[in-house]
Unconditional design. Structure first.
Ligand SMILES: [Cu+2]
Length: 449
């Protein structure tokens, strides 16, 4: 509660500010933050931009978008100018062996990450080189309605060949997204998504040593075909982190003791993804609605990232090793071909394979003991498709694909940009085949029945 005296003082301050010119008010915004001293009946974007556009290395440490990039910008008269080009991206690679003709921005699927700083004025040109009209929505960013990018509702759709200009001041900080908001079902299914990171003007909490941004999405690509199917509602068979599926996903490389931030956005068509990791616990620090108050934070090992939202987590990487980071929905860590296979687990198919091979050379009944064998056995898969699961690991075959990557925590690292290879476990710290003597001693049996 304000005292009468404070109210009089703040009224005087407001009167004084009103008398000042726009330039003086711009300088003042350093102390007037959204939700702070300003009049809350006005939206944040009504504030004048900060006089100094945020620059990497000076005002923020850029995020790392693994398997992606940051959108370049230039500063023109204090405004950050970006250019997005909507276009077809032929042969986007999801993982070695699987490519498809997608749509994206600036030749990439997904689009490059836009980065700026709270208080920046941004001007984003959008050129449409697609064969269809489009628009760009700046997801969860509070801005004037006409800049919201909803085709038909807030603007005319951008026709093929046209360039539109969006301009607004960003007064939030956190992890946001951008995506097509015109024929969303088709265009988002084809890849027209990207991340939009706004750094705080002043640091909020300890700065991370490593700051990663991920965008989750899902696709239906029938094995052997080259076009994602936007009509799919249920059976997505390519689940991606930054538009790649394991083993095509880059590892998350950190040093022991690093404070690590993961920003995770989800623009899948139909699925929320519980993203889980091993060896540590993390804290959810932000959503795309803002910073989670300290008193509301709690430790977690899985964060549910609903469709159309972002979650930011932080942890201290104190446990060396190779640890999975993955969606915990088990069908989301499978690659193509996981669907429509009859359940044959436990079925004795006798000499079916031998007999079938008389008419179909190389025939193999799939999945009588599960699916683990389906990556490893080097089965012939249709052209332009990848095995249902995984890749060879250091100890055996890794039977996961899809929305999966590896957190590599090392005590010594040459460089964050160089994959340190597989983790070397200290002697005596790996699960091993039990020997007979131990089993006799502890279980009273030499070999399990
Ligand atoms: Cu999932």
């Amino acid at each position: 509660m304000m005292t009468r005296r404070e109210m009089i003082a703040s009224a005087a301050a407001v009167a004084g500010a009103t008398a000042l010119g726009a330039k003086a008010r711009a300088a003042e915004v350093e102390v007037q933050k959204p939700g702070g001293t300003r009049d809350k009946s006005e939206p944040a974007w009504t504030y004048p931009p900060h006089p100094e556009p945020g620059e990497p290395g000076k005002h923020y440490q850029p995020v790392t978008t693994l398997n992606g990039s940051a959108l370049p910008f230039k500063i023109v008269d204090g405004v950050k100018v970006f250019h997005l080009v909507c276009e077809e991206v032929p042969n986007h690679e999801f993982a070695p062996g699987l490519t498809a003709h997608c749509w994206g921005y600036n030749g990439q699927v997904h689009g490059p990450t836009i980065e700026c700083v709270e208080g920046d004025r941004v001007r984003i040109y959008v050129t449409n080189r697609l064969p269809a009209a489009t628009s760009v929505h700046w997801h969860a960013i509070i801005l004037p309605q006409g800049m919201d990018g909803v085709g038909g509702l807030s603007q005319k759709a951008i026709q093929p060949g046209e360039t539109f200009k969006y301009e607004f001041t960003v007064w939030q900080h956190g992890t946001f997204m951008y995506h097509s908001h015109h024929d969303e079902m088709t265009q988002m299914a084809l890849g027209m998504l990207g991340l939009f990171v706004i750094h705080p003007r002043e640091p909020k909490g300890p700065p991370p040593d490593r700051d990663f941004a991920f965008l989750l999405s899902e696709w239906k690509i029938v094995p052997g075909t080259k076009r994602p199917d936007p009509n799919e509602m249920v059976e997505f068979n390519v689940l991606t982190l930054n538009a790649r599926c394991f083993p095509g996903t880059a590892p998350v490389i950190v040093k022991k003791g690093d404070r690590v931030r993961l920003r995770i956005g989800n623009l899948s068509a139909m699925d929320h993804h519980p993203i889980h990791f091993h060896g540590h616990t993390w804290t959810v620090t932000e959503t795309d609605g803002g910073v989670v108050p300290e008193t509301a934070r709690r430790p977690e090992v899985t964060v549910l990232v609903p469709v159309g939202s972002t979650r930011t987590v932080e942890f201290i990487a104190n446990n060396p090793g190779d640890w999975p980071i993955h969606c915990h929905m088990s069908h989301h860590v499978m690659n193509q071909m996981g669907h429509g296979i009859p359940n044959l687990i436990g079925v004795n198919t006798g000499d079916l394979d031998r007999r079938a091979r008389k008419t179909i050379p190389g025939y193999m009944t799939m999945g009588t003991a599960g699916m683990a064998e389906m990556g490893e056995m080097g089965m012939n898969v249709p052209r332009n498709s990848i095995p249902m699961v995984g890749a060879q690991g250091p100890h055996d075959y890794i039977t996961m694909g899809g929305m999966f990557t590896i957190l590599k925590v090392r005590e010594h690292l040459e460089s964050y940009d160089k994959d340190p290879g597989w983790y070397e476990q200290p002697p005596g710290t790996r699960a091993e085949l039990a020997n007979e003597e131990e089993m006799r001693r502890d279980l009273g049996i030499a070999k399990p029945a």
